[in-house]
Design a protein around this ligand. Structure first.
Ligand code: 13P
Length: 289
């Protein structure tokens, strides 16, 4: 099947009380690995790329590769642009075939965030592309977006309701205590806040910073109302470590078709584990019915 918008996937996840894994990929093998994980577990899937990866590979290469994966696959797949503050890059990705985009104006004032999000929603609505926005500020490092602890800010539930009303955005990433990158200790997640936001906002909510959240906390986030979980850092580490291991064992190896194989397998295994935590096994059928 062709790539689908993430909106119906996430709405179905929200009403079904589970989460969909959204995985950042940077190479063809990473993309194939998460697709194989989705296929094997019959999970709906969101493939993501950051702006850095869009610049590295080209949005058309990424969109075409995701399209081929989707056409060969029996599960619904959306292609999402992660954290983008540049309207032109967003439009470039939509034109290339992305079915979901994030406008991240969380570093701006509430009113500017509303205005920028609205502009993207209007353009995206014309072609059925999902738009995600962020309220509050998720801490940590994602690509070249760096938010230190001092500037991280939790989202206010009433602001979330107002923001959704004013922008018509399809999915919302409220900052609730998770952070991008690897946690130093346990994440300090405000589960009550997730519940409050979910009670005021009917659109699907997005959990950022999915790397390293303990199993029990992921489950509580999903139970409290999160419908999409973004995972980047952990997958990159697993993939790179597997390649390092090959070179440790055999420093003479020089065939990417060989050293990418264990990396792909390791990433697939890690993605399957995240899908299990999300509760998305077998849920592809929800969307296909
Ligand atoms: P991690 O890198 O912590 O997994 O966060 C991913 C993310 O939220 C991407 O938007």
């Amino acid at each position: 099947m062709t790539l689908v918008s993430s909106t119906p996937l996430l709405q179905t996840a929200r009403s079904g009380g589970y989460c969909i894994g959204a995985f950042n990929v940077h190479t063809l093998e990473m993309l194939q690995a998460v697709v194989e994980a989705a296929e094997e577990t019959q999970s709906p899937l969101i493939i993501q790329s950051t702006v850095g990866t869009v610049k590295h590979l080209g949005p058309d290469y990424i969109a075409k590769a995701a399209l081929v994966a989707s056409e060969r696959s029996s599960v619904p797949i959306a292609l999402h642009l992660d954290h983008c503050s540049d309207f032109n890059v967003i439009m470039q990705c939509i034109r290339a075939g992305y079915t979901s985009v994030m406008i991240d104006a969380s570093h701006e004032t509430f009113d500017v965030n509303v205005a920028k999000t609205k502009q993207v929603v209007e353009a995206a609505n014309a072609i059925g592309v999902n738009v995600e926005a962020e309220l509050g500020r998720v801490g940590g490092v994602e690509d070249d977006i760096i938010v230190d602890d001092e500037h991280a800010l939790l989202a206010d539930p009433d602001d979330c309701a107002r923001f959704v009303e004013l922008t018509g955005v399809h999915t919302l990433a409220p900052a609730i205590g998770t952070a991008h990158g690897i946690y130093k200790g346990e994440p300090n997640i405000d589960f009550d806040r997730i519940q409050k936001i979910a009670s005021k906002v009917s659109i699907p909510l997005v959990l950022h910073g999915g790397s390293g959240i303990p199993e029990e906390q992921v489950r509580r986030c999903v139970a409290a109302g999160m419908s999409k979980m973004n995972v980047a850092t952990e997958l990159r580490i697993v993939f790179s470590n597997a390649i390092k291991e090959v070179f440790n064992q055999n420093p003479e190896e020089n065939d990417p078709r060989k050293y990418m194989v264990p990396a792909k397998e390791a990433l697939k295994k890690a993605a399957i584990e995240k899908m299990r935590l999300c509760g998305s096994f077998g849920k592809a059928r929800d969307y296909l019915q």
